[in-house]
Design a protein around this ligand. Structure first.
Ligand code: NAD
Length: 335
């Protein structure tokens, strides 16, 4: 078998340290990958004046699989989000954000297993928006929903539910107010649902969904929704299982896939050896499953579960007193 090459983007802030931890874990688990490193975000901008250099795009296209640290998008006019750029460029239309309870976290719940599937290229993140008055005091943004995009993501959600042995898909929308955009998404979601009688299909308005997720999260299995709602709901879901240190995400397209943590570059803790690397390691587990390496995925997941359950050298967000490097050591010992 040829050795798989993976593009690594260490990213900004806590990115390089959690990616370093993740690579050590993959290597110790015997994954035998070849890595090619590339820059994006502030790190790239400082080196080349470009937030997403052409070499990085070429490398992602060549290797097809990329593991990426969080990127800082400079705030201000003229800077398009780098993540949005990558998702659009490689048509990474499906964003899978699973959250699972691990024993030993400080989460309020202990039986969560929710997969949010977020449409990743349309909706409010279409990039279409501008100021519309000469004084710059009035602005508008366009939400774009297409039948093709909605059908593709809802189909993907049902197919994933079947593949993962899940029982229920909830379409989350705001069709009561956003009649054209969310209305179209809901209409298509209902059509797709009718093709899958073996899966229980429900629908929920997004504001109610937020409340239900806090009050009674056990009712959810797969959530499928549009871009902005999925972004917000998945952070809420991260909070159900112990915070952003526990939430991975996979961006899947037809030809390429990019795996990353849900969280950002955490400038408040960057360079302090405080970051919990679990999210990006869970993203690497999603990558292994995507590649059909389920045995390695299980091996690493079991190591994470044991470290957290026993509280052996866990990070502060998990209730421990240790840093990224100690936590990584605890994982490596179990592999
Ligand atoms: P953030 O996710 O970086 O941080 C939010 C809070 O969670 C902070 O208190 C942080 O310390 C904590 N946190 C995040 N990850 C953690 C971890 N692994 N371990 C322990 N604590 C963790 O959100 P923000 O501060 O709003 O954004 C910072 C930057 O990240 C911004 O420039 C934003 O654009 C960018 N961002 C990037 C991505 C991405 O690349 N996928 C995602 C979200 C935000």
């Amino acid at each position: 078998m040829t050795q798989q090459t993976i593009t690594i983007i260490p990213g900004d802030g806590i990115g390089p340290s959690i990616i370093d931890s993740c690579i050590k874990v993959l290597d110790k688990a015997g994954c035998d990958f070849n890595y090619e490193f590339s820059d994006a975000g502030l790190t790239a901008f400082k080196k080349s004046g470009d937030l997403v250099p052409e070499e990085t795009l070429t490398l992602i296209e060549k290797n097809k699989i990329c593991l990426k640290g969080p990127l800082t998008t400079p705030v201000g006019e003229g800077f398009t989000s780098i993540n949005v750029t990558l998702r659009k460029k490689f048509q990474l239309y499906a964003n899978l954000r699973p959250v699972t309870s691990f024993k030993g976290t400080r989460a309020r719940y202990d039986n969560i297993d929710i997969l949010t599937i977020r449409e990743n290229t349309e909706g409010m993140y279409s990039g279409l928006g501008q100021t519309v008055s000469a004084d710059g005091e009035t602005a508008e943004a366009m939400s774009l929903i297409t039948r093709e995009g909605a059908e593709r993501i809802v189909e993907f959600a049902y197919q994933t539910a079947i593949k993962e042995g899940r029982k229920k898909v909830t379409a989350v929308h705001k069709a009561n107010i956003l009649k054209s955009t969310s209305g179209l998404f809901l209409k298509v979601a209902r059509e797709v649902a009718s093709r899958y009688p073996e899966i229980e299909s429900t629908e929920m308005i997004v504001d109610n969904c937020c409340m239900q997720l806090v009050m009674n999260p056990e009712q959810f299995d797969v959530i499928v929704t549009t871009n902005l709602f999925g972004d917000i709901l998945s952070d809420l879901c991260a909070g159900l299982v112990g915070g952003l240190g526990m939430a991975p995400g996979a961006n899947i397209g037809k030809d390429c896939a990019i795996f990353e943590a849900v969280h950002g570059s955490a400038p408040d803790i960057a360079g302090k050896n405080l970051a919990n690397p679990t999210s990006v390691i869970l993203a690497a587990i999603q990558m292994l499953e995507y590649m059909g390496m389920d045995d390695k995925a299980t091996l690493i997941r079991d190591a994470i579960a044991d470290v957290i359950e026993t509280g052996d050298r866990t990070t502060r967000d998990l209730g421990g007193e240790h840093g990224t490097t100690d936590f990584t050591e605890a994982l490596l010992e179990r592999l």
